[in-house]
Write a protein that binds this ligand. Sequence first.
Ligand code: GLY
Length: 321
Amino acid sequence: MESIDRKTFIASAGAATLAATANTTARAASDVVFLSTWKWGVEANRRAAEVFSGGGSLLDAIEKGINVVEDDPNVTTVGYGGLPNAEGEVELDAGIMDGTAHRAGAVCNLHKIKNPISVARLVMERTRHTTMAGGGALRFAIAMGFEPMQLLTPRSLEAWLKWKNAPHHQTFWIDGEHHDTIGMVGASGGNVAAGCSTSGLAWKIPGRVADSPLVGCGYYADDAAGAASATGDGDVMAGYCTSKHIVQKMAEGMHPQEACRDLMRYMAKTARDLRTSMYCVIAMNPRGEIGALSMNAAQPLHYALWRDGTGTLHTAPHYLS
Ligand code: GLY
């Protein structure tokens, strides 16, 4: 991922215009706080605020915000243009949760549909299920009106061919690379919601599911405490129920930042490769107070914040000194 210096980035003039415009609508973009992972979260937050100020719900905002990243062919770890599995198939995972109804929806191993977060939302809203996977998830998506399409871009196909044709290429029977997801949490009026979407590890073994679509791992939301999301090595992070851990700590009274620290403290007791692997989390309580933390300085977390009608980009502190 492109490196970004520690700095605050004031989002586009468009964001300021949006905030001004939103004041004339029923709800202003400043009535809501969004927190997203990585630099692409800036645009995701801006779109989420636009949807919210236009009258959409918190869930509408999170879904549409995440769609922006899923649609972007330049983001090679989410949605269209995401790097494929070892067989050259783009395999997507996503989950979304409403902290008010305490309902979640998720899809795993979804092929050919570029917006898995939207399919996940329909699993939540149109079925009595929580998670759908593989061919069943694809058939469900098609039944809901989604158009199957080729998700490989020329760039991701070339990258896969290069990996495939490299002698002794690394595989996930041993180890691997690339874990950046879009995770987003939002709060408004005491309500919270969370979502997460990813193409997972590049060159993963087909069928692999890690933390992103698992409730309580990639995302979790509860109006009584807050919302959280995780990004990084999901094969490891799933074993710590990261998002649920953080929300539980907020329920016990911790500030979101301290809840993120508590999770890292817990992980640091047993997780592997603490100084080299990517383990990152974001959190928000119903008042819109936030937390963001990476495990180490080698894999820093950049996060995007939307607050008071303005988007900013930051680098999170790291847990290990
Ligand atoms: N955290 C995303 C993944 O490991 O797939």
